[in-house]
Every structure is written in C-alpha cells, then in structure tokens.
Design a protein around this ligand. Sequence first.
Ligand code: ADE
Length: 225
Amino acid sequence: MRIDIITCLPRLLDSFFAHSILKRAQDAGHVQVLVHDLRDYSLNKQRQIDDYAFGGGAGMVMTIEPIARCIRQLQAERTYDAVLYMTPDGERFEQKIANRLSLFENLIILCGHYKGVDERVREQFITREISIGDYVLSGGELAACVVSDAIIRLLPGVLNDETSALTDSFQDDLLAPPVYTRPADFEGMKVPEILLSGHEAKIDEWRFEQSLARTRARRPDLLSD
Ligand code: ADE
C-alpha cells in the first residue's frame, strides 16, 4: 500500500512514521508513506499556500492551486483509490472505515489548516472527508496520523500473531477483554484463575463474556447496532 500525505507541516509527520510498528511496516515493504510539503507546490516565491477569505471574516483559507498541482502530479503517476480530507466536519472515523481503507492500493490524505481549504478543493478532488472526533485540532496532521496508523496495522504481515488486529476492540463491535501478565499475584491482586488454567476453550469463553460485559457497561451503543 502507498499513502501520500499532503501537508504544510511535513516535519510534524516525520517523527510519527519513524518509530515502532509504523517504521517496521515501511522497512518490511508493507507500506510506503510519502509526505509532501504543500509549499513546494506553491506558485509564488513566498511559497504561500493560503489567502484571505472572500467575503471577509477571520482566518485564512488554503488556496486551491498548490493542492491541485500536488494532487494532479500524484494522480498522473498512478491511480488513487481515494483522496481523503481531514476535517472536523467530515464523517466520523471508526474501525469499519479503517478496515475498508486498508484494502486500498494507493491513498492520498490532505491535511487541512487554518479555516480549511477552498470549497472547490473538496468538490473537485476529495472523495471522502474524515473527522477523528467532535473536537477541533489546529490542523489535520494528527488526524492523518491516526487514520494512517489505524490502516497500516491492519495490512497483512504488519502485526504478528501475538499482536493480531483480529482481537482488537471494535473489530467485532465488542471492546477487548482485560489482559494480564506476570506476576500472577501483585500485592495480593491476583490474576483470574481461569487464565492460568491452560484450558483454551474456557479461556476463550471467559474472554468473550468479559468483552460483552465491558461493552455493555462502557459502550452499550455498540451492542444496539
Ligand atoms: N482537523 C481539525 N480537527 C480535526 C478533526 N477533529 N478531525 C479531522 N481533522 C481535523
């Protein structure tokens, strides 16, 4: 899979993709993440990428030309399955969307800033608008990291058996069950006996019940769907 991220703050993303599972996924060739500095596509010497809003009002608006140049250049080189725009007024991101996006070959993610992008960018180039929650961040970069992380960990080969994404919370509309490791007894707080029993079927059953109880208590909305 290839993910092209378009941003005016490329350095902000570099460190995120240079560590842990995301770095290993790239090193092993499961994913290529390319970060594009929107200012490189600006048409003027000041490398400007924003301008005042027509009609007045506070805040700058990201201009269409640099974004159009960048997206068109990428699209001339390969076919993209989706062009995402990170914005608080987009569709709420959830596991099912991550699952679907993880099947794609090539993805562009545009990070918004300031008051957002010129509406014509959305009309002309964007195929899906995504919000990571009902709060406003200072830019779409963190949202792009969240979405990329959720996708990349689903790619075949990225996680091993022990960290398999299949047992993640939300993957079956249930929250994950509690987990324990050594010591089996910490200051009198004991690990549930069943987990030490070696009885696989019973352990699976216990985990399912715990998942169900936890989901009922914390996220009943997941069960009503
Ligand atoms: N940009 C600013 N806030 C955002 C949010 N909540 N989700 C996605 N992109 C954003």
